[in-house]
Design a protein around this ligand. Sequence first.
Ligand SMILES: [Zn+2]
Length: 111
Amino acid sequence: MKIILTLPTFEAALDDDGYTTATSGVCAGCGDDRYGYMARLHPVGWLHAENEDGELTCLQKAVNSLVTSDASAAWVSVAQHVAKYPSRHDAATIRSVLRELANLVTAGGNR
Ligand SMILES: [Zn+2]
């Protein structure tokens, strides 16, 4: 199954001095200043999402760690994201997430 999450994004603009404007804060992944293309992965936060020389973006690293660490944790994170931005997802995605959450709850009750 494939679920596409539409993440809120913004382009961190640089002013003449090379500092970001009106986008203060740091990347939740690497802790550096925000710059370039940023995307918000709930509940992690704003992450660098600009592709630089084929290196993994902070966003991709966060997604990878979600997927590899624990499937149930990944589903909970997806569910939190969908719950926070429901209008950004279609009914099929919301249905899939609810079904997986229900499976998790049911499986947990059987342990
Ligand atoms: Zn970063």
